[in-house]
Design a binder for this molecule. Sequence first.
Ligand code: MTE
Length: 331
Amino acid sequence: MLIKNRDDAFVHPVTSEITSQRQYEGRRELMKRMATGVAGAAMASWAAREAHAQSVRPNKLAALASVKSTVAGAMTMDKVTEYKDASTYNNFYEFGTDKADPAKNAHTLKTTPWTVEVEGMVKKPAKYTLEDLLKLSAQEERIYRLRCVEGWSMVIPWIGYSLSELIKKVEPLGSAKYVEFITQADPKTMPFVGSRVLDWPYVEALRLDEAMHPLTLLSFGMYGEVLPNQSGAPVRLVVPWKYGFKSGKSIVKIRFTDKQPATAWNKAAANEYGFFSNVNPDVDHPRWSQATERRIGEDGLFAKKRKTLPFNGYEAQVGQLYAGMDLKKNF
Ligand code: MTE
């Protein structure tokens, strides 16, 4: 985002792959290789990776049961990013601006008890406990690409359900046009709330039809487990056709309104971060191109960058939401 690191270079994230199934298959492969006597070096690197993966799971995460999603576009076949990359290269400014900060610092986030208040232009405003939210609909696994405005991308197996399930329950009024997501801002448990980097709480918003789209995910987990704190525990949004910053983490309030809400990055720099922020290779960020991306985990010295796809590859599913709009103006 706007932030520079100590060397004055713009901070860009990094990633790779792993589902429990893949991990399981990897171990089977290793056993086979051990049986045929070729496993020495592989064993050492496997042990190191396992140790690292364990070290980034400080609180034993609970398993979350899910079925594979049948929503159109929800299961990309792209190689999944490794858990250790997805959970140690994060943006969560409440815990620091360096990509490694959230994994280091987010252990202080207190996720129980947790409630999400739904308010504003709805017939049935309500305060949901996390337990109520988890029960509201069946959990699905969805493998989404997430493309950050900074030029990197990851592929993550999320767990959750379409936000539309919750929206239908609270019955928006005809006048409601936008949905605002307000996230936790507790200076006692989030060391960077209070810094001047952003105007807290971190707020994101969608148009109501975007929020109702079946791909818009209310997520509670990833890689078969509950979300680690640094990834937005206990509940976050994932909007796969928009730049990553539209996916608010650690949500405490969802508000329905008739006016376009002011959102965190748009308030910080409106010329750089538009309200829509659909992934668009034809609209450059004022300070860099958005035409290509670096897939985390593919980042060797000679690794070729990938071409960024319109709507992050989800154009067939979401393109019609923007029919007739000038997407260069409405970036
Ligand atoms: N949500 C909150 N509350 N605070 C943040 O700083 N960062 C955003 C978004 N949601 C952010 C947030 C940005 S810039 C990105 S790229 C994604 O979270 C990163 O999500 P990830 O950690 O799952 O990669």
